[in-house]
Design a protein around this ligand. Structure first.
Ligand SMILES: Nc1nc2c(ncn2[C@@H]2O[C@H](COP(=O)(O)OP(=O)(O)OP(=O)(O)O)[C@@H](O)[C@H]2O)c(=O)[nH]1
Ligand SMILES: [Mg+2]
Length: 358
């Protein structure tokens, strides 16, 4: 019997185990069964079922896709840029030419010029040893940047693979590219399954268009993102979907900034009039307190098995990024900060993304 694959998530269709990916009840199996029950329920009811593929399953699907592909679109989320380029993932792509597609730029504040963001992206890539990649800034939500992306895709050959870490918008970008290539109607309403929960796409799904075949892949599971350490429902609140919010705090030694049980930033030292400007998704609450209450706040975050401390210096014009959560931008002064994060969470110091550049 020929195997059928779910067009939405790439899982092999089966009707033996509702607890596994690709399930379709037997009486619904037909020649044109192309969507599994999980994708149907995600798309129609916004449900999150059966979890996500394991990191190894995702990796093996990506490797399989890489062998097949003539060209690669590497998708990153502008709001979690560094987490989208983990070295262990880049090693898989090291001998391939890449079209880096920086998605979700609609979430940046309106006053941020995209030309400036592009310069910032190119500088960041250079510092990561990726100066040779082509770059496109897009929003799969609004369609911004897609004419340029579609033109760049023409140079990738006949087999184009979308890769990236989970939840950066690979399937959403593919959906827009498909609409540009073959229109919605001629796909009989079929589209790659998109959801706010990381880990939606399960395996490789291919989409044939005139002159090119696209393939979607599951997201590479990066290490060290706060959003991957919490329950899926909480992750959806943390990951910015509709907007980014900023929080401005004058900060001096002895101040604590609390990012809702997910991270505590202790100010050990700062110059005069120093300001910390925090950015996270709008579902994350911030609060200011004092170092003398540190123990109390750490205990409140005890749903994490362990916490870690890092001491970091952030200069004016730099951001301290907390992977999978957001970032703090130092203004007017250098800061000596002690970061309390759930064990394993990564942090980065980088030139600031938003605001005046040096
Ligand atoms: N604001 C905004 N949200 C976006 C954009 N692109 C995708 N999203 C949202 O980001 C979430 C993840 O999108 P997907 O397309 O499922 O991401 P993915 O990379 O395929 O995710 P996995 O299959 O889990 O690896 C969904 O809630 C999308 O609606 C964008 O340009 N702007
Ligand atoms: Mg996907």
């Amino acid at each position: 019997m020929t195997e059928i694959y779910c067009q939405g998530c790439g899982a092999r269709i089966q009707s033996t185990d509702p607890g596994q990916f690709g399930y379709v009840p037997e009486h619904l199996l037909g020649e044109d069964t192309v969507i599994c029950q999980r994708c149907y329920r995600i798309t129609h009811y916004g449900r999150h079922e059966l979890g996500t593929p394991t990191a190894d399953e995702a990796l093996s699907a990506i490797e399989h896709g890489l062998e097949w592909a003539s060209g690669i679109i590497l998708v990153v989320d502008i709001l979690d840029f560094e987490s989208g380029l983990p070295p262990e993932f880049l090693r898989l792509l090291s001998d391939r030419s890449l079209l880096l597609t920086v998605n979700k730029v609609d979430l940046l504040p309106e006053q941020v010029p995209l030309e400036e963001v592009e310069v910032w992206v190119r500088r960041r890539l250079k510092s990561l040893g990726l100066s040779k990649v082509d770059v496109c800034l897009v929003s799969a939500l609004t369609g911004l940047g897609f004419p340029v992306l579609a033109e760049a895709v023409e140079r990738l050959g006949e087999r184009v693979l979308l890769v990236g870490v989970t939840n950066v918008g690979k399937s959403s970008i593919l959906e827009r590219l498909l609409t540009m290539r073959i229109g919605g109607g001629r796909r009989r309403g079929l589209k790659p399954t998109v959801s706010p929960y990381p880990g939606t796409t399960v395996s490789v799904s291919q989409w044939h268009c005139p002159g090119v075949t696209f393939a979607d892949t599951p997201g590479f599971a990066p290490e060290g993102r706060v959003s991957d350490l919490v329950e899926p429902e909480r992750a959806v609140e943390i990951i910015p979907h509709r907007s980014l919010t900023s929080h401005l705090y004058p900060a001096a030694a002895g101040d604590l900034l609390l990012i809702e049980g997910l991270c505590i930033v202790e100010c050990l030292g700062a110059g005069q009039d120093g300001l910390l400007l925090g950015f996270t998704g709008s579902g994350v609450r911030w609060q200011k307190s004092s170092s003398k209450h540190l123990e109390k706040w750490l205990q409140r975050g005890s749903f994490f098995a362990a916490w870690e401390e890092r001491t970091v210096t952030v200069k004016p014009g730099e951001d301290l990024v907390i992977s999978g959560l957001g970032w703090l931008s130092a203004r007017r002064s250098s800061f000596r900060l002690r970061l309390h994060v759930p064990a394993g969470v990564k942090h980065f110091v980088r030139p600031n993304l938003i605001g005046r550049k040096k």
